[in-house]
Design a binder for this molecule. Structure first.
Ligand code: FAD
Length: 465
């Protein structure tokens, strides 16, 4: 993005600027971009290139080893400084440290900035100087800092170099899927900085005041849908913060909604705090006894979950929303994650991997936190024994059934009462709605009560160990 981009603003102060994006796929390993993220990245880079063009600048695209690419560009252009905004994924921290050292050694002025968090993960600590593992005191400690969070403006001018270096061509990178999987994503999303700004403005005006009441209703447009924009840096949390403060000043009735919404931004900060201090948690449980959990290895169950064919309508609706749009409602994420880890007892890591591949907002910090939280093995996690009931969750958070009807159209004609548990409906009700269980909609893959008990028994084993 161009607004509130500290690295860009600092570079502009120094002289002419060459904006560069380096695609270094292998360096992201083991978390190379998933399919949906690649799609988003393509649209996002294309949008950024247009914004830069309009201001007489350009976006230079290069692929390959990041350090070598930068050194090559420095040789080609005579650049004397390299600035970027920090990332916090463990392998990227390591890589960027090496780049900094090497370029310093080449007498280049190198600086990194905070462009994507309200607070650096290392700035917040308990009185004993330890990282937080519980959200509420963490967020209180963030808020108590009363930090200056005013976003930076778009630089007035971006001075171009005398000669532009060559750029690779975006379409040559083949970031978009080869199969026509992205139709739904195209329909659902406007990508890029200006789309992100519009989405924030729309949310602040229409939904912030009702966020508290609406945010759990899966069929409603009650949340901001800013997650992919935030993840890809098209908008910054400082911009979100400033906009919500302005909304609060103008509309005191929005107080509760805005406060809750900002605490969700706080969860994002918490996720980065945890990722920074406990980098192993992307693969391993924070609570170590969970390493001995008797997980199931059923590939068939995993596949049915991924494809939205579990026979539990609310779970299937959510998984199909994910596949179609690259996004899933937060309430739905909790329901499907709980179903995978508890009803099917499949390791949370398998669920995290599927989300990583299919979410347009796939984010190592938030995804890890979300999965460990739901599986009961992370920081401030939901206790394992609190098992989401996929029937009552649907009744409560999709009370009209609109969410299920939209994503599981084969059940659309069922009366709402049976929509959450079609296997309990009589043959005549099913017939009238055109539903044949096991034929045009699956029978439930597990029995809720039996699966719940099996999960609790499994948990008892690790509790004792
Ligand atoms: P809003 O309700 O409008 O919230 C505003 C912003 O706050 C979001 O855009 C997001 O940046 C942040 N936020 C909200 N809830 C959370 C949360 N629980 N944890 C961290 N940040 C939060 N979020 C991701 O951005 N990427 C992920 O890969 C991701 N994986 C998840 C996996 C699981 C199993 C679960 C339970 C949650 C996951 N989340 C993830 C968190 C959350 O579901 C999404 O951030 C949210 O649904 C995005 O929609 P929104 O922008 O409309 O959210």
């Amino acid at each position: 993005r161009l607004a509130d981009n500290p690295a860009l603003s600092a570079a502009v102060e120094q002289g002419c600027v060459i904006p560069v994006y380096i695609l270094a796929t292998e360096e992201e390993s083991p978390w190379e971009l998933g399919g949906a993220s690649r799609w988003w990245l393509h649209q996002s880079l294309s949008g950024l290139a247009k914004e830069l063009d309009q201001r007489g600048s350009r976006l230079i695209l290069r692929s390959g080893n990041a350090l070598e690419t930068l050194q090559q560009l420095i040789t080609e252009t005579g650049a004397t400084a390299v600035y970027w905004n920090r990332r916090y994924e463990p392998t990227i921290i390591k890589r960027d440290k090496t780049i900094k050292q090497k370029l310093h050694g080449d007498a280049i002025d190198v600086e990194s900035f905070n462009g994507s968090l309200l607070f650096e993960p290392w700035e917040i600590a308990t009185k004993q100087g330890d990282p937080y593992k519980v959200f509420t005191p963490f967020w209180k400690s963030c808020l108590a800092r009363n930090a200056e969070l005013t976003p930076l403006r778009i630089p007035k001018t971006l001075r171009p170099p005398a000669e532009w270096p060559n750029s690779e061509i975006l379409t040559d990178w083949q970031l978009e899927p080869k199969i026509s999987w992205d139709d739904g994503m195209r329909e659902f999303w406007d990508v890029g900085e200006s789309a992100a700004g519009k989405q924030l403005a729309k949310f602040a005006k229409r939904s912030a005041a009702s966020y508290e009441d609406q945010r759990n209703l899966m069929a409603e447009d009650g949340t901001s849908r800013l997650s992919p924009h935030l993840h890809f840096g098209e908008i910054s949390p400082r911009q979100v913060w400033a906009k919500l403060q302005a909304t609060l000043d103008a509309n005191p009735d929005a107080k509760d909604g805005a406060k809750t919404f900002l605490s969700e931004i706080g969860w994002r900060e918490f996720a980065y705090h945890l990722l920074y201090h406990f980098p192993h948690t992307t693969k391993k449980p924070l609570r170590e006894n969970f390493a001995n959990f008797p997980w199931s290895k059923s590939k068939q169950d995993l596949r049915r979950w991924e494809r939205g064919k579990t026979g539990y309508p609310v779970v299937d609706a959510a998984m199909r929303q994910l596949w179609h749009t690259g996004w899933m409602h937060n309430r739905a994420r909790m329901i499907v994650a709980s179903f995978l880890c508890k009803h099917l007892r499949i390791p949370w890591q398998r669920g995290a991997e599927w989300f990583w591949y299919t979410l347009v907002d796939a984010d190592l910090a938030s995804n890890t936190l979300g999965w460990q939280w739901t599986a009961g093995c992370g920081a401030d996690a939901a206790p394992y024994f609190r098992i989401f009931n996929p029937i009552t969750q649907g009744e409560k958070f999709d009370p009209t059934g609109a969410y299920i009807r939209l994503w599981v159209p084969e059940l659309a004609e069922l009366p709402t009462k049976w929509l959450y548990k079609p296997w309990e409906a009589s043959d005549s009700v099913l017939n009238e709605a055109g539903v044949t269980l096991g034929d045009n909609y699956p029978a439930p893959i597990v029995d809720h009560s039996a699966a719940r008990q099996a999960a609790l028994d499994a948990y008892d084993k690790i509790k004792k160990s």
